[in-house]
Every structure is written in C-alpha cells, then in structure tokens.
Design a protein around this ligand. Structure first.
Ligand SMILES: [Zn+2]
Length: 197
C-alpha cells in the first residue's frame, strides 16, 4: 500500500494506510455507505486484516468527551478497549462499517479478523457491539435481514448474538459478566453519534 494519504475531500477526511493493513483489504467509496472496505483477494477465516494500532484516548464517563473534529473524527472511528478508554487506528480499520450480520470480528483487543472465509468483492464488516459498551448510539441501516435497528453496544447485544460472536468479542468486554439490558430499539433515547463511513 502507498504511504501517501488519500484526500477524500467530499468526506472531509484524510485516509492513511498502516503497515498492519492486510494487502487483501481494499477501500472503495460507495453512494449509500460512504467509505467501505472490501476483500480484494480471497480471505480465510481467522486471518487478521487490520488493527486499531493508533492513538489512545481516555474519556471517563461519556464518549461525548472524545474529540470529533475534522479531519480525523476520532470519536466516530475509534474503538473502546477498556472502561472509559478507546483507541484509534493508524490505517484502514477505522473505516470498517458495522453490520448486524458481520463477516469479521475482534481478536486480541485491536484486530479486525475474518470470522469466515470471505470472497473477493465482499464488504468487510464487524459489529460495533463487539467492542463498545458505553453511551454511544447509532441508528442502524446495515440492510441485514436480522438488523437490530439501533447499535448501542454490548449491553444491548442479545445473548444469541453474544454466543454467535464467541471468540470475536473484545476481551475487555468478556473479562467479566455483563448483563443484557434488552433491545436497544426500545430505549427511545437520542441517537446523536455516527460512526465509520
Ligand atoms: Zn443493522
């Protein structure tokens, strides 16, 4: 991959690649989902694809205290790695979109890893509830048949999803029991934040 950042002026962001990014990950600009990552070559289940290898951010009680200004929009692109603690990516990981039926998950706290074999041209997605458990919310329009409607973190991830994602949930979430608080779609809380794209 080139070391030269790509200026995506329409999205008011600057894209960098990290040496951690697999050459099998491609970046495309879509009409309805913004930036999107796709498999550019066949990917095998278990392959590490990209990492949240960037800056650390302590935010305390609310993710609203995370910086979210152009060009990095850190709050919308970092992942949670502990209580009140998040980390950004130096490369493509920060542009991976959410899906309620993802083909990737999180391993070793910072890696986006393939959960299944993935064919070239397929979008690479993960479920943001695999890392987040905070006040962050986002309406979901992932298009999955089983879309939950709202992404609201691990506390609202149904038990059957937690089971399906075993081995691909961030270790900071699974280090202790965390009760399921019910469907996020019933919260009727504001959805102030966006992510990725
Ligand atoms: Zn969804």
């Amino acid at each position: 991959m080139s070391d030269r950042p790509l200026q995506a002026s329409a999205l008011k962001t600057t894209i960098h690649w990290s040496h951690q990014d697999s050459p099998k990950v491609g970046l495309i600009l879509t009409i309805n989902r913004g930036l999107s990552l796709i498999a550019s070559q066949p990917i095998t289940a278990g392959e590490r694809l990209m990492a949240f290898d960037g800056s650390f951010h302590e935010w305390g009680a609310t993710t609203l205290s995370l910086p979210n200004e152009a060009p990095l929009f850190i709050r919308d692109h970092c992942i949670q790695i502990g209580e009140g603690r998040s980390r950004d990516s130096n490369g493509l990981a920060r542009y991976a979109n959410h899906s309620c039926e993802p083909n990737c998950g999180i391993t070793d706290l910072i890696w986006i890893t393939a959960m299944q074999d993935i064919a070239p041209g397929t979008e690479l997605t993960w479920d943001y509830a695999m890392t987040e458990d905070n006040d962050w919310r986002m309406d979901c329009s992932c298009g999955s048949e089983h879309c939950l409607g709202v992404i609201a973190g691990y506390r609202h991830l149904p038990p059957e999803k937690r089971m399906a994602y075993r081995g691909y949930l961030s270790s900071w979430l699974t280090a202790r029991p965390r009760p399921y608080l019910g469907p996020a779609a019933l919260l009727h809380t504001p959805v102030p934040l966006a992510k990725a794209g």
